[in-house]
Unconditional design. Structure first.
Length: 615
């Protein structure tokens, strides 16, 4: 299902053969080489939530801006109701022309008919413009809440993230839209239902038997749409999962293109891509066929209704009991009734799809509660974001580091099951503390546990003597900044992937401290050079130094570094540490094997099998 594509098309005439509301707002997803190609879909997808939960989430989203929704509701209900007086004006025109109403001039009802059509055009434009603004708000609320939970909620976020970036993108893009479409279709089902009720009442007053015959196909179509509902939910879930797998594979294959070439895995990548695309095509085909089947009910219902109408009124027309104007009115109202199963089908389809989408979005929230997706949150759709707070800028840390103390820290890495046990360490202001040890000793896990990036089973952490209950929230810039072994860079200008919203006057010093200033001077675009996904256009050493610059630009009290020198040559590493230790940082907690850094350390903690061997 693509994003809404702008204003709908104009109305097709009094018979309502093509509903303009349907054409814009609701636009329908050799052995060495094989080792390089892995399954990018991590874990089982979330199952669908209870439909009542989806209703509650959608209702809370509506209440975020009830005025905007109320305006949209009035406009779209009026839009769907206008064909009712259009049908009556059409009847008057035909009766006047055929002489069934000899006292009535055809010109007056014809002017009314044209005026109603013109009013429908005007209302359509107004409603589409107002709806678009409201729809953007419906999409923004869950996206902001998901992003805020991943970036600021207590505890590590890694366990909530899906296995591939494509899956995450799909939840932010497609799943948020599915929830918004529920509110959207409520507008149309309200209007279509009310218009159908009025039309049936008028037809019953004119010819009850014919009215009942015309209503029968509508009832059958509504029953079919209800029967297809649960199947649509399963088909949509399979289609979403397959689409996310393809998207994630494309991103990972592009980011690892050098590894693919070095392993001679081009053919294997192509086979893998072909296979998952075939699965996606099959899943999407089933999903779209089912969705289009429901959405095509209107045409079939309308044609069958017209056929039954002509069959039942033939005798009445011959007897003079049913005028040409009545026939024109009934034909127009058949189209009005035919809209109802279409919107009812879409209501069921969108709700089933949203059941899956709400579950997928809730899995990204720190507490997993679906209602939190649409919780109250400030959103700046106009005028830009608010100014950064002083603490975010790092102008004042509030509580400058005196001492960071870790006592009895025990933590396990979620993926490997290995970790550290009973680790103690202290980092004082102006100190360099080095953590070293053999591969697999738990060095990286220790740093990540101190920062709250992996779960802590036991132990305490204090900052200046004050307990830190949740380091993932407390030990962030400007208190602490982290440089992982492989920094993840945005595919943006080097300047932007380092600053991440901070003022540009901080960039030069950060580039100098990270020994990246000379590299930037040789780049054709300078600091505006686009680094590509994951920094693919930079060397490994440049990626690491860009990550260091991103941490240093925040002027942290404590710099936490995980083996920064792993991709640096000896000379560059020596210059970098000289700059950092000679006034570049206030305190540092570093994982390294390099003797030059270890020799300058105030304390050295040696880990072995997750325990402190010395230090």
């Amino acid at each position: 299902m693509s994003a809404p594509s702008g204003p709908p098309l104009p109305p097709a005439g009094p018979a309502g053969a093509a509903d303009p509301a349907d054409s814009g707002r609701h636009a329908p997803d050799d052995q060495r080489a094989e080792q390089v190609v892995t399954d990018l879909n991590g874990g089982d997808p979330p199952t669908a939530v209870d439909p009542r939960t989806t209703m509650r989430v959608a209702w809370r989203l509506l209440r975020r801006d009830p005025v905007a929704y109320g305006i949209a509701w009035v406009q779209w209900v009026a839009f769907h109701l206008i064909p009712v007086p259009i049908g009556w004006a059409f009847k008057l025109v035909l009766d006047a022309v055929t002489g069934d109403a000899p006292a009535l001039s055809p010109w007056a009802p014809l002017v009314v008919l044209l005026g109603l059509e013109l009013a429908r055009w005007v209302l359509l434009v107004s409603a589409a413009v107002q709806w678009h603004g409201a729809f953007i708000g419906w999409l923004t609320v869950p996206r902001v809440n998901m992003l805020r939970s991943l970036t600021t909620a207590p505890g590590p976020a890694a366990g909530r993230l899906p296995g591939s970036s494509g899956e995450a993108v799909s939840r932010f893009r497609d799943d948020a839209q599915d929830l918004g479409l529920v509110l959207d279709v409520w507008l149309d089902i309200s209007g279509a239902g009310l218009a159908a009720a009025v039309a049936v009442a008028i037809m019953l007053a004119i010819e009850p038997g014919v009215a009942v015959a015309v209503v029968l196909p509508v009832a059958a179509a509504l029953a079919l749409a209800r029967w297809l509902g649960p199947r649509l939910r399963a088909w949509r879930r399979a289609s979403r999962q397959a689409t996310a797998e393809v998207t994630g594979f494309i991103g990972d294959a592009f980011g690892a293109i050098l590894a693919v070439k070095a392993a001679g895995a081009e053919a294997a990548v192509n086979r893998r891509f072909t296979a998952i695309n075939a699965r996606r095509a099959q899943a999407a085909r089933v999903d779209q066929v089912g969705t289009q089947m429901v959405q095509s009910l209107s045409g079939a219902t309308g044609e069958l209704g017209v056929g039954l109408l002509l069959l039942f009124v033939a005798a009445s027309v011959r007897a003079g009991d049913f005028t040409v104007g009545d026939l024109g009115l009934f034909t127009t109202y058949v189209a009005v009734l035919a809209n109802l199963p279409r919107w009812a089908g879409r209501l069921g389809a969108y709700h089933r799809q949203a059941d899956v989408s709400v579950a997928r979005m809730a899995a990204l929230m720190d507490d997993g509660v679906p209602e939190r997706i649409v919780a109250a949150t400030p959103i700046h759709l106009r005028g830009g974001p608010p100014p950064l707070e002083p603490d975010v800028l790092g102008a004042t840390a509030g509580d400058p580091l005196t001492e960071l103390r870790v006592d009895g820290l025990t933590a396990l890495h979620p993926s490997s099951g290995r970790g550290v046990e009973g680790v103690d360490l202290v980092v004082g202001r102006g100190e360099l503390v080095v953590v070293t040890g053999p591969v697999g000793a738990g060095k990286s896990t220790l740093l990540r546990a101190v920062l709250g990036l992996v779960p802590r089973q036991a132990g305490t952490i204090t900052w200046n003597g004050e307990p830190v209950d949740d380091p993932s929230v407390h030990l962030v810039p400007p208190r602490a900044a982290y440089v992982p072994q492989v920094p993840r860079l945005f595919s943006e200008a080097l300047r932007d992937t380092i600053l991440l919203g901070l003022p540009g006057d901080r960039l030069a010093r950060a580039l100098f401290l990270a020994c990246l200033d000379e590299d930037v001077a040789t780049m054709a675009g300078g600091a505006d050079t686009i680094v590509g996904p994951k920094g693919v256009r930079l060397s490994g050493g440049q990626v690491q130094r860009a990550g260091a610059a991103r941490a240093l630009v925040r002027r942290p009290e404590l710099l936490v570094v995980d083996d920064l020198s792993s991709a640096l040559d000896v000379e560059t590493e020596a210059r970098l540490w000289d700059r950092l230790l000679d006034g570049g940082v206030r305190a540092a907690l570093v994982v390294t094997h390099r003797s030059r850094v270890i020799g300058r350390a105030d304390r050295v903690v040696v880990l072995d099998h997750g325990r402190v061997a010395s230090g």
